[in-house]
Design a binder for this molecule. Structure first.
Ligand code: 3BY
Ligand code: FES
Length: 421
């Protein structure tokens, strides 16, 4: 008998064969959402190779502040060093591998491993390792760095040795849209972690369409349900909403031009750092995600003089979506926990000088998206149960699900590209 001491490399060929069975415009085969072997490949080919949104600068404002994030079994710490620079490291001790930080957020003077107390500076250098022989190369035992890219205050990490290079092109397009919301002058007003009972791709697919938005009564007070539809695709029952949207869009474009804010739709969802960006109106007063569309925060972001700026909607592949209003920004990161569990971290950012209880009330600020997230989690859980059922067959997307197809096509393309490396 031969004993194998190493794990065989995961072979992606069978996943490519499975993806080949998907006709364009149809949902993925059930195994893509429920088979642990697909999940392993997703972790290796997507989560450990692509740029992943992990949070914003408001989560790490001061020297020593960190956030940590788990991408499957790989954990990353994003830390602001003593010189105020942001760095990202593997959350793994260079001695015998213990996890270093276990909290999602915190503040440290140095990073001290809880096991044998190896101590790292906030820039990752090994400062102290008790009883390590003088011959040991301490300089080579700093924390392993991870690629980190800030885009107008939004933080992306990439675990690949050579990350997809197009982040620079995307940053050039995205930054001028986000910059007026001045994320570097915001603070976290609230953050929720919701574990959805579904595969991460179901979480993302659900986010990429408003076909199900009847299920979001609170959101529909301010969010136009014709999101993502071309004029000719708008169904009769949504015609009145769409006419209101078109009028409001004209008004929003004029306001944006007055302030020099970019607003045009830019969509390039197929590239490695796929994204979609658009400043769009909100319904009612057009200011924020409240029941009547009026602002939820008295103090506006940055130097914005006008509250009626709708929402800047940004989607990034594979794991994030954002809504930036004049009064607050909401960021959403979807992160894989297991093959059928996905963490959705939602963060509400307000002006750093906004005062809770005076300028905003956390319950009101967060009400719409807390309700919407719970509703989405229920849709995702039901879908996970269905796609794991032997009775499931992939079904056709409607005209309202072009962004879902774009997401699935992105996934398909990345798996093929990365498997070929
Ligand atoms: O949050 C979003 O951007 C998406 C768009 C449509 C449905 N969902 C609300
Ligand atoms: Fe970290 Fe030993 S594993 S000090």
């Amino acid at each position: 008998m031969t004993l194998t001491t190493t794990t065989p490399r995961l072979d992606a060929g069978w996943l490519l064969d499975l993806l080949d069975t998907r006709p364009r415009g149809h949902s993925l085969p059930g195994a893509c959402y429920s088979d642990p072997a697909v999940h392993e490949l997703d972790l290796r080919l997507i989560w450990q190779r692509q740029w992943i949104f992990v949070g914003s600068v408001a989560e790490v404002p001061e020297e020593g502040d960190f956030l940590s994030i788990d991408l499957g079994s790989a954990s990353v710490v994003v830390l602001r060093d003593d010189d105020g620079r942001l760095q990202a490291f593997r959350n793994v001790c260079r001695h015998r591998g213990s996890r270093l930080v276990t909290e999602s957020h915190g503040c440290v003077g140095n990073i001290v491993c809880g096991y044998h107390h190896w101590t790292y500076a906030t820039d990752g250098r090994l400062l102290h390792a008790p009883q390590l022989p003088p011959t040991a190369e301490r300089a080579a035992l700093g924390l392993r760095t991870v690629h980190l890219r800030e885009v107008a205050g939004l933080l992306f990490v990439c675990l690949a040795a050579e990350p997809p290079g197009d982040i620079e092109d995307v940053a050039r397009v995205v930054a001028p849209y986000v910059a007026p919301h001045a994320l570097d002058r915001t603070k976290v007003a609230a953050q929720t972690d919701l574990v959805e009972h579904g595969n991460w791709k179901l979480t993302m697919e659900n986010n990429r369409e408003c076909y199900h938005c009847d299920g979001h009564p609170e959101l529909l007070c301010s969010f136009f349900p014709t999101w993502g539809l071309a004029d000719h695709q708008v169904p009769e029952r949504l015609r009145a909403d769409h006419d209101r949207y078109l009028l409001a869009q004209v008004d929003l474009e004029r306001r944006s031009e007055d302030l020099g804010l970019p607003y045009a739709l830019v969509e390039d969802l197929g590239r490695p750092v796929g994204f979609r960006l658009h400043r769009e109106p909100l319904d009612g007063a057009g200011e924020s995600f409240s029941p009547d569309g009026t602002r939820l925060v008295g103090r506006l972001l940055g130097d914005l003089p006008d509250a009626r700026l709708g929402r800047l909607g940004l989607h990034t592949q594979p794991n994030a979506w954002f809504h930036a209003q004049a009064d607050h920004v909401v960021t959403f990161a979807a992160l894989p926990v297991s093959v059928d569990r996905t963490l959705v971290r939602t963060t509400w950012l307000v002006h750093e000088d906004a005062v809770e209880g005076v300028d905003y009330d956390v319950a009101s600020l967060t009400a719409t998206w807390r309700a919407t997230n719970e509703q989405d989690a229920a849709f995702v859980a039901l879908t996970q149960a269905g796609v794991a059922d032997p009775g499931y067959e992939p079904g056709p997307y409607s005209e309202a699900e072009e962004q879902v197809e774009a997401f699935v096509a992105w996934y398909d393309a990345r798996i093929r590209e990365e498997a070929a490396r």
